[in-house]
Design a protein around this ligand. Structure first.
Ligand code: GRF
Length: 196
């Protein structure tokens, strides 16, 4: 059984896409062993609970030092012994000690066509605001391996999405999620699970 742990911070729509594809069998022989959130309030935790998936929050501000948080996150991950760690809307920089321990086993979904509109400060709606401000006609999403940098690891999958006249950042974000993120992230998990 291919064990996946999903790290989240917010609504969990990408988590939901993975849950649905595991339950439908599209992603074979795979179990979401746990959902770990950077916030206790993340709706993603409710999605996990609804599907009987263990969820817990490892919250930065609960710890006196960065090192203590980093250690707690690593220990929490280790509990589930994941074959793959998926960052799905996870807004915390992944600690070095986690990246080293799970080298080449961490993937992230970013809501643009890397190397455009990525790196420090490019997350959530800010990505789509920048795409619209630049006047781009095409955007999309990227799944990539996570390395020490921000959105810099090897690209696994990308999918392009049209920018339409009258798009607001919210409308564009939704289209990128529906037409790209929720498709290529489960596809990437499936391919990695099949390759084990
Ligand atoms: C969204 O901005 C999405 O584009 C990005 O993370 C944010 C939250 O996604 N990947 P989710 O609904 O929590 O999966």
């Amino acid at each position: 059984m291919f064990k996946v742990v999903v790290l989240v911070s917010g609504g969990g729509t990408n988590l939901q896409a993975i849950i649905d594809k595991v339950e439908s069998g599209y992603i074979p022989d795979t179990k979401i062993a746990a959902v770990i959130s950077s916030s206790r309030k993340a709706f993603a935790l409710e999605r996990a609970a609804k599907h009987g998936i263990p969820g817990e929050a490892v919250v930065k501000k609960d710890f006196d030092t960065k090192e203590a948080f980093d250690k707690a996150l690593l220990e929490t991950l280790d509990k589930y012994a994941p074959d793959l760690v998926v960052l799905a809307g996870y807004l915390v920089i992944v600690p070095e000690i986690v990246i080293r321990k799970y080298a080449n086993k961490i993937i992230n979904i970013h809501p643009s066509l890397i190397p455009s509109f990525c790196g420090d400060g490019f997350y959530g709606l800010r990505v789509h605001e920048a795409v619209l401000a630049r006047g781009c006609k095409v955007t999309g999403a990227t799944v990539h391996f996570v390395d020490e940098g921000t959105d810099t690891g090897p690209i696994i999958k990308q999918k392009a999405v049209e920018v339409l006249p009258g798009d607001t950042p919210e409308i564009l974000q939704r289209r990128v999620m529906e037409q790209a993120e929720w498709i290529i992230l489960p596809e990437a998990v499936k391919e990695l699970a099949e390759r084990k």
